[in-house]
Design a protein around this ligand. Sequence first.
Ligand code: SF4
Ligand code: SF4
Length: 181
Amino acid sequence: MLNSVKGMALTFFSTLKGLRKPVTQQYPAKPTPVKERFMGFPALTWDDKVPEPFCTGCMVCVRNCPTQCMSATMKDNPLFAEGKSARRKIIDQFEINLNRCILCGICVELCNFDAIVMSHEHEMSTYQRNGDRADLPALLEIGKKYQQTTNWQPPSAKTKATAAPSPKPQPAAAAPGETKS
Ligand code: SF4
Ligand code: SF4
């Protein structure tokens, strides 16, 4: 008898628990937010100060990509000739076949120009075999979205700011009557 009551009580409370707000996320109508450190597809960053891409087309990422899914070409930067940019060369064409990208982040680690990030973009499935070949405008668009939503700052600028030398300590003032040796 007691066991029956216990069992009914358990069922009753389980039912009540089930009536609470569901934890199920109604995807894709309501996408699950990703964490800040989430690594989605790689994307190119935009330098608002100049304005132009950070990417100089140096090819370091292209040469080291383990799946060889990237390609890039550079050109002389017209803004450098006008004295408006410090980048002598600038990216001309860039493509990443995102279907082949394994999201390893090596390209981001190796880039010396803060030009590429692992964005939060991850919903880009298509029905075409080569439907996810992202070109320069597409990569910059993803990158700009990432920069805006995360308030992105160039990592090298952050490193410089934290490594800035502290002001030199001033020598203590000599006490009255004390002479410096
Ligand atoms: S993303 Fe960085 S490493 Fe890759 S080509 Fe551009 S500047 Fe070079
Ligand atoms: S994340 Fe890895 S696989 Fe993808 S483009 Fe960068 S280096 Fe290549």
